[in-house]
Design a protein around this ligand. Structure first.
Ligand code: ADP
Ligand code: TZD
Ligand code: MG
Length: 576
């Protein structure tokens, strides 16, 4: 429908409203000002009307990327990110992102149009027929369907609350095609809308839990605080900093919690990770789970020193999920950390100096060991040479948001690039999903206005690369650097069968990803040295022009599976 025609319909029916308008009004009433999606039947007009009503609607090239954008928007803003898709295939394309959001505890709502209930339930072959609600249910925190215009307000209220309250997560909202055209009295429609009050209520920990946690912490000889992305999400930055500093305890940031306190903070133990995990005796987890990323809290990584865990988390069932939690503190991180701080009183004695001294010495030693590797100016570049250029840029421009995915490109960048401010590092999350890069970069630019530097493995980039057009179309300040090593992990694999097909992990040699940006009016640069790379990234961040840099990396520089090769099954029957 053309814009003029839309206006006319609205004007002619002043005392009536319809499903389209009620959906838009429900979102606006609840401060949802951005939609990430892909248009088509039955939601094409919804997108147009939302745009006409002042909502920013970003049209993607694939729903999965729109979904990743919505998920990270949720992480950055504590409001549910909204992804809008068409029925069956569009919905399915959005589902991976919905499941990813749920797994990562990011608030997101996947809103999908769907086919007619009656036809779907009798399986009579409707256009894009699928029982979407049933399929979404196991992949999200909650799933709702709205059948009547007068329930749209309640439907959105439930979806918003479910996404952000308690442990945040993904919510599915099913809107059948017929709903949009339903007409009702405008006054009754307005009254049916719900403004969600206190969508994520504070959850205060019990005083006994707080005291128990402080008793355990006080008795520690070698304490450690681990900050996870839940702590970054909570936006309780000042209270967390105060707790860390008052306790004097070394802290270890998980990947997306890097920068919550600066990696330069004297208590940061990022560069002494193995030492602190092995030798600590009390570990306080704040918004971090003891999942695979922390070796489930046991085994070699954690060494022989007996451990006691304190865990601060909003989800009671997270406690004892992998090992015994000596002091569970259940509540929202802002409230829990404040209660811990209050409980510490004025004469709390800081962590033992011999321990903090040991940690600091180890950290300084490791940092000094790595420094020369970042200075090399080899061509083709190795990972360290290229990352040396990028780490300096982030140091000089700490407000830049860093998006990062790949295998070696991810693992090495995580260690190499220090972060200075909270919520500036966005990556593959709990599942290690390839393809989150462009959606994350787009949402980061849209939600924060800050420039974005996306450091992408060439394989990772391939999962979402078409969204370079989206970046160019919306003129977003995103600089994509593709670490091009001609393949997955390494570009020098050979076909062990000896045929003419390339190895399963190898891509076209010498590909020029930079040309993709040029195809859409962006800036493309081919960088073969760290100096080239530094110059091109600085230019992109200064100009804020969409830029894609093809960074030529030695195909032999990477390791199989990056840093997690140990998780790759190897049969004794087969030689590598
Ligand atoms: P990481 O991967 O960084 O270790 P995880 O995703 O494993 O982090 O853990 C995040 C944890 O944070 C989840 O257990 C989640 O329940 C918790 N969480 C998220 N938001 C809050 C909040 N506002 N208050 C308390 N806990 C939270
Ligand atoms: N598919 C999805 C959705 N997620 C995944 N994690 C994978 C496949 C498997 N996978 C990894 O775990 S890393 C990776 C794949 C395909 C790509 C690594 O290659 P890269 O990075 O070019 O992105 P490096 O620098 O070459 O290691
Ligand atoms: Mg690669």
């Amino acid at each position: 429908m053309a814009e003029a025609a839309i206006k006319e319909t609205v004007d002619e029916a002043q005392d009536l409203t319809d499903g389209f308008s009620l959906v838009i009004d429900a979102m606006k009433l609840n401060g949802i000002d951005t939609i990430y999606g892909v248009p088509g039947i039955p939601i094409t007009d919804l997108g147009r009307l939302a745009q006409a009503a002042g909502i920013r609607v970003l049209s993607f090239r694939h729903e999965q990327n729109a979904g990743y954008a919505a998920a990270i928007a949720g992480f950055l803003t504590k409001k549910p990110g909204v992804c809008l898709t068409v029925s069956a295939p569009g919905f399915l394309n959005g589902l991976t992102a919905l499941a990813h959001a749920t797994t990562n505890c990011f608030p997101m709502i996947l809103v999908s149009g769907s086919s007619e209930r009656e036809v779907v339930d009798l399986q009579q072959g409707d256009y894009e027929e699928m029982d979407q609600l049933a399929i979404a249910k196991p992949l999200c925190k909650a799933a709702y369907r709205v059948l009547h215009a007068q329930d749209i307000g309640i439907g959105f209220a439930r979806a918003i609350r479910a996404a952000v309250s308690g442990r945040p997560g993904g919510v599915y909202l099913d809107l059948p095609a017929k709903l949009f055209a339903q007409v009702m009295n405008a006054d009754a429609g307005a009254k049916s809308l719900v403004k969600v009050i206190d969508a994520a209520p504070a959850q205060i920990p019990s005083p006994a839990a707080v005291k128990r946690a402080l008793d355990v912490l006080k008795a520690a000889k070698r304490p450690l605080i681990i900050l996870g992305k839940g702590a970054a999400y909570a936006q309780a930055d000042d209270a967390i900093k105060a707790l860390v500093e008052k306790s004097g305890v070394p802290f270890l940031p998980m990947s997306m919690a890097k920068g919550l306190l600066s990696d330069m903070h004297p208590q940061c133990a990022g560069a002494a990770r193995s030492t602190v995990l092995k030798d600590s005796d009390v570990v306080m987890l704040i918004g971090a789970r003891l999942n695979w990323l922390l070796s489930h809290g046991k085994g070699r990584t954690w060494g022989d020193a007996p451990k006691k865990f304190i865990q601060v988390d909003i989800e009671p069932r997270e406690m004892d999920s992998n090992v015994e939690i000596a002091a569970p503190v259940v509540g929202d991180i802002g409230s829990c950390v404040q209660a811990l701080l209050d409980g510490m009183g004025t004469n709390w004695s800081a962590a033992p100096a011999d321990w903090t001294g040991t940690v600091k010495a180890k950290r300084d030693e490791n940092v000094a060991k790595m420094a020369p590797r970042f200075m090399n100016n080899k061509s083709p570049m190795d990972y360290h040479g290229a990352l040396g250029a990028l780490r300096t840029i982030i140091k000089e421009r700490p407000d830049t948001i860093l998006v990062n995915e790949g295998a070696n490109t991810l693992d090495l960048a995580r260690g190499a690039i220090d972060m200075y401010k909270p919520r500036k590092r966005l990556d593959v999350g709990t599942w290690g999903v390839m393809g989150v890069g462009m959606g994350s970069a787009i949402a980061a630019a849209v939600e924060t206005g800050h420039p974005v530097l996306a450091v992408e493995g060439d394989s990772a980039f391939g999962f979402c690369g078409m969204e370079v057009e989206t970046i160019c179309r919306y003129k977003l300040p995103v600089c994509v650097v593709v670490f091009n090593n001609d393949g997955i992990y390494r570009g020098d694999g050979v076909n062990t069968g000896g045929g003419s097909d390339p190895a399963t992990t190898a891509f076209v040699k010498g590909a020029r990803y930079d040309k993709m940006a040029e195809a859409f009016g962006g800036v493309g640069v081919n960088a073969t040295t760290p100096d080239d790379l530094r110059r091109a990234v600085n230019e992109a961040l200064d100009s804020r022009k969409p830029t894609l840099i093809n960074a030529v990396i030695d195909p032999a520089a990477g390791a199989e599976s990056g840093r997690i090769g140990n998780l790759n099954p190897q049969s004794k029957l087969r030689k590598k």
